[in-house]
Design a protein around this ligand. Structure first.
Ligand code: PMP
Length: 341
């Protein structure tokens, strides 16, 4: 490595695997975090945006001046906007009107054109962000719709990069891979590669209360009564994502908004890791799995940390927000922020 690059996209991937030392004191074996915030767009989604767009280029679907369309205001939106800028494409994102102004400003700063669509209409309503994105992609020549929940290029990006990196970084000693699932691309793409090397590795998905994934994995059914809203963004789903390869997952663990919030803050205060809410959720699952006897002294556990904590300053890192949710900071095991005013 020379530290000299031709453009920012050459920095996508090859993220560090960092050992956790304090948060897991009661857990036997070694625990590592795969720090996806080291991607240039600060999340794991840089990998899928780059892979899907470069595959479309190889197939001749995109020529100079092309347009890339997607529906998210989250990490995928940032990643698609970043890749589009560097490659000289236009980026159009259809987002819900619940999206915070701050996030829209971030997407616009990266050159994206943002369409704000009503959140309170069914997905098949012509005004929904899904339908708006589909229509824009259909009507715009020389365009592609990323459609991350159903695009197998999402899972493939992690099969080709994240999985091989973790396998090499643990020198093939990994015994457990743990990660939150939204589209399922990160966990099942990397998990599929790792299981091909060693089928005994356990791949464990993390799901939110209010999401269907755990139940669907166990029963093949979706119970609409079990769908309700929750605070952790980016994980869990109210539909079955086509990008999620359920056959790779050994089991799902459910985590709560509240415990995941404490654990996210604990990661900052105990490990110096300023990471996002789903990194805390995955670490919360690690704790629950440990309490149920999942690990022994030979365990080598890799936990996927999808993004950076800076995106959650007004949420999980805000004492006011925590109080509004009815979460109490006193549960941070005596740890407190050292800041004084
Ligand atoms: N955490 C965050 C913050 C995310 O934005 C996402 C993506 N929706 C995930 C976890 C889950 O990743 P995946 O979509 O690959 O399952």
């Amino acid at each position: 490595m020379t530290g000299k690059y031709n453009n920012v996209l050459e920095l996508v991937g090859n993220t560090p695997l960092v050992r956790l030392n304090r948060i897991n004191q009661d857990i036997p074996g070694e625990v590592y975090a795969k720090l996806e915030c080291f991607n240039p767009g600060h999340s794991t989604k840089d990998r899928i945006a780059l892979h899907i767009i470069e595959e479309a280029e190889k197939k001749g679907l995109l020529t100079p001046g092309a347009t890339i369309v997607e529906t998210t205001s989250g990490n995928t939106g940032f990643a698609v906007a970043m890749v589009s800028i560097v490659k000289g494409y236009k980026c159009i994102l259809a987002v819900s009107d619940k999206t915070k102004a701050e996030k829209i400003a971030y997407l616009k700063a990266l050159g994206a054109k943002v369409f704000i669509c009503p959140a309170n209409v069914p997905a098949d309503d012509p005004r929904s962000y899904y339908e708006v994105a589909k229509r824009i992609a259909a009507e715009t020549p020389n365009s592609i719709y990323i459609n991350q929940y159903f695009n197998l290029g999402n899972t493939e990006a992690h099969y080709l990069t994240t999985g091989p990196e973790i396998w090499a970084q643990t020198e093939g000693k990994i015994t457990h891979l743990i990660g939150c699932t939204g589209t399922g691309g990160t966990l099942t793409g990397s998990g599929r590669f790792i299981k091909e090397q060693n089928p005994d590795v356990k791949v464990i998905g993390v799901d939110a209360y209010g999401s269907i994934l755990k139940k669907y994995h166990e029963t093949g059914e979706v119970d609409p009564n079990e769908i309700y809203s929750y605070q952790i963004e980016g994980m869990g789903k109210n539909l079955v994502p086509g990008a999620l390869d359920f056959s790779v997952v050994d089991k799902f663990v459910k985590v709560s908004d509240e415990e995941s919030a404490y654990t996210t803050r604990e990661l900052a205060l105990k490990e110096g890791l300023m990471v996002g809410y789903t990194s805390g959720a995955a670490t919360q699952a690690l704790k629950q799995l440990s309490a149920s006897g999942e690990f022994d002294e030979n365990s080598v556990v890799a936990v996927l940390f999808p993004d950076h904590g800076s995106r959650y300053i007004t949420k999980v890192f805000s004492d006011e927000w925590m109080a509004e949710q009815g979460f109490s900071n006193s549960k941070l095991n005596g740890l407190e922020s050292r800041a004084t005013v």
